[in-house]
Design a protein around this ligand. Sequence first.
Ligand code: ADP
Ligand code: G6P
Length: 462
Amino acid sequence: MKRLVVVSNRVADPGCAQALGGLAVCILDALRKRGGLWFGWNGEIVPDEAEPETTSVTFDDLTFATTPLTEREYRDYYLGFANAALWPVHHYRLDLARFAQEAIDGYRRVNDRFAETLAPMLKPNDLVWAHDYHLIPLGAGLRARGVRNRIGFFLHIPFPPPDVLVAMPEHEWLMSALVDYDLIGFQTRTDQANFCRFMCDFMGGEMIGPDVLRIGAREVTASVFPVGIDVDSFAAMAESPSAAKRIERLHRAGEPRINVIGVDRLDYTKGLPDRLRSFKRLLELYPQNCKAVTLMQIAPPTREDVQAYADIRHELEALSGEINGQFGDFDWTPVRYLHRRVDRDTLAALYRGSQVGLVTPLRDGMNLVAKEYVVAQDANNPGVLVLSRFAGAAEDLQEALIVNPYDADEVANAMQKAIQMPFAERKERHAALLERVRERDAYHWMDGFLRALAGCRVPMAA
Ligand code: ADP
Ligand code: G6P
């Protein structure tokens, strides 16, 4: 079997093998079985004068080779371009996008440095797989250094409609860099279609097969590979005796009788203020839920050095305070908001102990939380998933209660339906969802992508 070399900005913490964010979770789940090399940022920031060194550590068959970012790289590449420009643009939020030349330059430099560091580590037969919006030009950087291996790229976040993308300065340079990959993977058919439309309408490309584009002298395959999770290991966590104890504690605390759970990085794309407003509407429209239903929202900090993230945190804190002040009582807190990371086994238990899973992003590449919630349920008494139509997961998980997260009344009505749903309907919906999540797990995702990459034509000479 060929060695797999994965490159991503975020790498799971090798020490505790824990990950926050869908990318690191699904790569770790998939790589644990196959082994290989995982190269990326170690999460550390060093002074600009320091020479960032790459260090390696190996666990079983998996080697983590990681490097810090300098302060300037962190500011320009990670915060400035990746997270203040690409992230909002790809999530259809031009209003939040900030474009600065030094950020774009920093992004180019880090991609160049990563390519320079990685190229000498590669062996001729390695399959190279770059991930996500941080590393769009990495493949071009490797090609410029003579790398002839098959190189694939997977975009974990949405690909926006062409009209949105063209508002971004340098979009032509960025998108033309994608052509150096042999295979480009997307989460959904919508993303793939947006990409192909952009390449044909704005970059002179033409479709020469259902998934194959010709752009100039290059042929690129663009296909859909929805990410998944390691179903068995997550289910085992949810079914463990310690999970049972935690669920008992959750219910013994006196409140709530019905727990609605939300778990998201505190990101403006997750629609958290809209979600709280929907919960408020639930209490207004169906007052019988007062003292009976609690929303537990777990929202760990993320990218706090970007202004839009600081803003969303304040908004959320104000809203949960407002709802608790207006509706709460001595023995009932309507919204329990936790701004921190939680162990995966605790998360699994909390999902299982919650009758409703509320996953209502305004736009999301896939959303693994939706899949985790389904897997964690007790098949003999499952909870109900309420899912935004704008999450990539909705393309597959149609048996969830699909909602428009911008419409507070619609989400409130879906929550009420979930709370009251008869046992037989809950069971039927859950069985269908579980089957789908199981079919498309982390290994299926990785296998499908790597098979397609191995099947691509050998790259043309530079
Ligand atoms: P994103 O990739 O945008 O963060 P996903 O829903 O795809 O969204 O993935 C989020 C991942 O991070 C999930 O695996 C989820 O369990 C994990 N996660 C989210 N919140 C927490 C938290 N508070 N503690 C630990 N893990 C979390
Ligand atoms: C999303 C992105 C990932 C990113 C993760 C966490 O899942 O698609 O690329 O790693 O969010 O964000 P962070 O900025 O902490 O890496």
